[in-house]
Design a protein around this ligand. Sequence first.
Ligand code: ADP
Ligand code: MG
Length: 413
Amino acid sequence: QSAAVDRLPEALHATFGFNAFRGVQEQVVRRVLGGASTLAVMPTGAGKSLTYQLPAVLLPGTCVVISPLIALMHDQLRSAEANGIRAAALTSADLDREQTIDRFRAGELDLLYVAPERASQPHFRDLLGRAPLSLFAIDEAHCVSEWGHDFRPDYRLLRPLFDEFPEVPRLALTATADAHTRADILTQLGIPGEGLIVAGFDRPNIRYVIQPRDQPVRQLSRLMADHPGPGIVYAQTRAQVERLAETLSGGGRTVLPYHAGLAPEVRAANQAAFVASEDMVMVATIAFGMGIDKPDVRFVAHAGLPKSIEAYYQETGRAGRDGDPAIAVMLWGADDFARARQRLGELEPDRQPGERQRLDALASLVETAGCRRAILLRHFGETPPERCGNCDNCLEAPGVVDATDTARKLLSA
Ligand code: ADP
Ligand code: MG
């Protein structure tokens, strides 16, 4: 293991072609290589996969990765294999299950992806007992907590399983967890408090712009005109997606729709076109984005109010993963808030206070005359500077002179 730690930069380059770690990646990898269980809270796009994939390559035995969605698993699998990592998934969709099990037992796999439902079955436990293990990685670890936004009961069965292999370290990964959820994840997965590593949430290259939805088509067309690179426009319903995709088409730019109502092969084709394209615009419901690895998205627009600050952060976080300037534009209307309040009233009484808090937090982000980024970061427990200089309110503020044309035009739209 110390040998592995010594040649970390070489291994990083040899496996992924990267010249340097980003943010807390190295800290996480070193802890894991040292055999210590860890919870890493890193924003979307921060590079969580690498923190288990690199140890998986360097340590003898297989890293078992718990992943909640088959689609997500197969994306990860493809990118791992593209990097020459020996990886497989154990799902009902994979026909080569026998072969995968043989390779696993023979220690010929670096990574084995598995869904929590399968992981918690007795015969999987038996299989683990007969294979060399290096690490348990738990992706989307907030699913283990009822406080998180995506509770999956099967995640609760993981700890008893892991506890049978006490010598195997655990690495839990999530992008969205407030303090309460973090504490819960540590307990539920049996990770010591000192194993918590939180990355900064700031995405300084993303410019945040939030404005009333006066003339949505005009506002979005202008955004597209100013940003020739790939972009995503989130709309709230399938019908809105269809309508906007239609309206925004033309002008020499491909604009395609994406929502859960489209045939799977259409969805897959549109997604593949987007990933390959240098200028396409995808108009989509929030069904689009999870697990999509496209670093050069230049803008993300919300044609209506997102569900929560967490959702907003996650969705806008798909812009500018390459670190180059990108912009996130939210268009909102008073009717969005009216509808959200109405939905709130229809919830079971015990869910109302929590949801009301989410909506209030979102309202304060929309209504502030202060720095948008400061509100976002404070929401995630960080202490930001008073003004970021790269959101609409900061750029508009008196004395700030470096507003670009784009921001000025958007702001006057
Ligand atoms: P997350 O799961 O945290 O959302 P991913 O693991 O999918 O993020 O990584 C996001 C992108 O960042 C991927 O394209 C990945 O190849 C890239 N990436 C990760 N680490 C590095 C690094 N150290 N240097 C450059 N690119 C990186
Ligand atoms: Mg990920």
